[in-house]
Design a protein around this ligand. Structure first.
Ligand code: LLP
Length: 437
């Protein structure tokens, strides 16, 4: 997927070529979809480790790659990230515990786990204090609350630069409508708060949204430079946040990574020169690292005609993958025939839906809940559909709505399919529920 960049003047001339999506598929990572479904059951999340490895390699220019584990936090995925030198971001006590369980060190000097949020809930503050974990503060109150418990701590600040952008209004994390980050005009107040408890601001972080574009991502560099100069020479790290998009449909592209790095590297170099010491450059992607590795396999259970519409109903619903119902997100969908090759089938315009008792349980919908049809090879009960690019914000946003048990997860590595999460059982579903006398 990596090829040489047409602009030879860029030092790291690499550009990712967007894939074209096929509507038929027989295998994932070299293993037949039918075999995966038979062995592990459906609905099933499958991750292809090779794709994650490639994406990690694509970001090698950055000093630190910090995985936003909220995108796909399975312990096995985190373990594989860790083995390749990728560190993690944690946004809750649960994510801190996940990172520790996956083998990440809590040694504060290593900065392997950083807690980023806009508040400390009480449980997380205790955990952060217990392990002396680095904190990226998204509100002035966090600086004071940490300072009271850990006077003299180093912190980084997540800044809202006053603008943002995302694939949906719900994933835009900058500007006045966003609850995220410290408003860019409040730096002075933050520094005063930090002084009260001897806290030092050693880094800045800006994440303006998820699924944005190069134009918006690069505006952040200027804002970062300005803010870093305002804070001054204590700054040792800057983080470009996450937000790198991946193509979900034909015609969509990746960000030009070489250009993106170039812009950030120039910003970092100017700051290093200004401060007279090296400033490290971090990036914090979630989607970019895991989205394309993930596939949700579902079995077709019924095909039916409703007026003029042809529905393909499968055993996965928005309890398994919430992105379409939540944001109107488009996911590539392919058909894997139970026998033979789906590519040989006639194509039909179909609506793909799930089993839930709710009309919004449709995978082919636009923002606003408008149902779309998709041209796919004709599917019958017993065939499989594969919802692609489902490795980021897929399983992690799954729920037990309609008392559905959550799917199993499988990792394909070196041609082998390994179970990394068991399918939930009814006992898991009712664990903790109590019927009082
Ligand atoms: N850093 C911070 C502070 C974030 O809030 C996020 C995402 C990331 C990094 C990673 O962003 P990414 O590289 O994945 O774009 N559920 C939505 C996405 C929500 C993103 C939340 N924060 C979706 O399914 O599109």
């Amino acid at each position: 997927m990596v090829c040489s960049h047409p602009n030879a003047s860029l030092v790291n001339s690499r550009m990712l070529i967007a894939p074209t999506f096929s509507t038929s598929r027989s295998q994932i990572g070299g293993i037949a979809v039918t075999e995966l479904a038979e062995k592990f059951g459906t609905p099933l999340y499958v991750y292809d480790q090779q794709i994650i490895d490639q994406r990690i390699a694509d970001l090698k220019d950055f000093d630190v790659v910090r995985y936003a584990q909220k995108a796909c936090g399975n312990l096995a995925v985190l373990d594989r990230m860790r083995r390749q030198g990728v560190v993690v971001d944690a946004v809750s006590a649960g994510e801190i515990r996940r990172a520790i369980a996956a083998g990440y060190s809590t040694d504060p000097s290593k900065h392997e786990i950083v807690y980023t949020a806009d508040i400390f809930d009480r449980e997380t503050l205790e955990l952060v204090v217990k392990h002396s974990l680095p904190v990226n503060c998204g509100s002035p109150d966090m600086i004071s609350q940490l300072g009271e418990r850990r006077p003299g701590a180093d912190v980084t600040l997540r800044i809202n630069p006053g603008f943002g952008h995302g694939h949906s209004q719900k994933t835009n994390t900058g500007g006045q409508q966003s609850k995220h980050g410290i408003w860019h005009t409040q730096i002075d107040e933050c520094l005063r708060r930090a002084d009260q408890t001897g806290v030092t601001v050693t880094g800045l972080h800006m994440h303006i949204g998820s699924g944005t574009d190069l134009e918006h991502l690069s505006e952040v560099c200027d804002a970062m430079e300005r803010t870093a100069k305002e804070v001054g020479r204590t700054i040792k790290t800057i983080s470009a946040g996450g937000g790198l998009p991946v193509p979900y449909k034909d015609g969509e592209t990746y960000v030009d990574l070489a250009k993106y790095y170039e812009l950030w590297n120039a910003t970092r170099n100017r700051l290093s020169e200004d401060f007279g010491h090296h400033v490290a450059l971090e990036i914090e992607p979630g989607r970019f690292l895991s989205a394309e590795s993930g596939f949700l396999i579902a079995e077709v259970r019924s095909v039916k005609q409703v007026g003029e519409n042809h529905f393909v109903l499968v055993d996965a619903g928005f309890n398994d993958l919430a992105r379409p119902v939540m944001y109107g997100s488009y996911h590539p969908i392919s058909v894997a025939a139970k026998t033979g090759d789906a590519a040989d089938r006639e194509q039909a315009d179909v609506i793909v839906g799930g089993p839930l008792c709710e009309s919004g349980d449709i995978f082919t919908q636009r923002e606003g809940g408008y149902v779309d049809s998709r041209r796919l090879p004709a599917a019958r009960a017993g065939d499989f559909i594969v919802i692609e690019n489902a490795g980021a914000y897929g399983f992690v946003m799954a729920s037990n709505y309609n008392s559905k048990t959550r799917a199993a997860e499988v990792l394909i590595e070196s041609g082998e399919a390994k179970l990394i999460r068991q399918r939930e059982t009814f006992e898991d579903l009712v664990r903790g529920e109590v019927i009082p006398d």
